[in-house]
Design a protein around this ligand. Structure first.
Ligand code: AP5
Length: 272
């Protein structure tokens, strides 16, 4: 097999294999992307700096409520060493801290409505500035959820190598949400049937909680909001988007996600 280059000449088989094995098209895309976003005065020096910097993962995981985003993110973070940033967790933490912003956000969350863009964009921006993210990369869970949030990310030069969409039917979402229990101490997430808490540990069983927004009414609203915004968000990430069937075992899904992270983001386990 051979391919035509832009001058019309055929590329030899070895050249094609080399380009594929070394992921050269992705590398070129990354360099071009950095140039477009940063538009440096000295492009050559800038590109040399980009090449010298470590490649860190930049990933987004999206999907309806209870699609298993958090569950997959824990596996990805453990395997690839990337920083998992869940906007839902950041907001719940703010609420626990008891400040004005946290209380304001909690009102929206408990009703199953989105927190206003200006609040959440600022929270994410601050989190992404931290050193651990610069060194290990980011895995965004639950952000962006609106076109405006996606545009704010793009404007800040935050472009993912991979956007994973977990597709799960509404009836599965509802069943997962009804069975979800959270350990407030370890923050582990269980499901009464699919991922039961340790039955021998009375202390854990005693303290398990249901999330305040895991009610039927709130879930209906969360699902409606998701369906209203989903297409516009996916459109922003068409070139790096991967849709997966999320109605399978967590391990099966993780295997597919891993293959794509390695291929798209050109990364191995605990990549630096
Ligand atoms: P958030 O906390 O992000 O909630 P969510 O998107 O509704 O997602 P969940 O946390 O409910 O589910 P998940 O997909 O992580 O699934 P999980 O792994 O837990 O956001 C909460 C609220 O904060 C929002 O409603 C909004 O108000 C606000 N907010 C957050 N981000 C915002 C933003 N960007 N803009 C504005 N507002 C924002 O799994 C669910 C259950 O299923 C578990 O019990 C688990 O054990 C089980 N499970 C997981 N995977 C599987 C599987 N493969 N098979 C069987 N069971 C599984």
């Amino acid at each position: 097999m051979s391919a035509m280059d832009t001058t019309g000449a055929s590329l030899p088989e070895e050249a094609i294999q080399y380009l594929q094995q070394k992921n050269i098209p992705d590398l070129m895309e990354r360099l071009l992307h950095e140039l477009i976003v940063k538009q440096p005065d000295e492009p050559l020096r800038f590109l040399a700096e980009v090449l010298a910097a470590p490649v860190v993962p930049k990933l987004i995981i999206s999907g309806p409520p209870a699609a298993g985003k958090g569950t997959q993110c824990q596996l990805i973070a453990k395997h690839f060493g990337v920083v998992h940033i869940s906007t839902g967790d950041l907001l719940r933490q703010l609420k626990e801290e008891g400040g004005k912003e946290g209380k304001e956000a909690a009102v929206y969350m408990e009703k199953g409505e989105l927190v206003p863009d200006e609040i959440i964009v600022e929270i994410v921006r601050q989190r992404l500035c931290k050193e651990d993210v610069r060194n290990k990369g980011w895995l965004l869970d639950g952000f962006p959820r609106t076109r405006n949030q996606a545009l704010a990310m793009q404007a800040a030069g935050l472009i993912p190598q991979l956007f994973v969409l977990l597709a799960v039917p509404d009836e599965v979402v509802i069943e997962r949400i009804e069975g979800r229990r959270v350990d407030p101490v370890t923050r582990k997430v269980y499901h009464l049937t699919h991922n039961p808490p340790p039955q021998h540990d009375a202390e854990v069983l005693e303290r398990l909680q249901q999330r305040a927004d895991d009610t039927r009414d709130a879930v209906r609203r969360r699902l409606a909001t998701y369906h209203r915004n989903c297409a516009e968000i996916v459109e922003c990430y068409q070139c790096v988007s991967l849709e997966l069937d999320g109605d399978r075992s967590p391990q099966e899904i993780f295997e597919d996600v891993s293959v794509s992270i390695k291929a798209k983001a050109n990364l191995g386990p605990h990549a630096q």
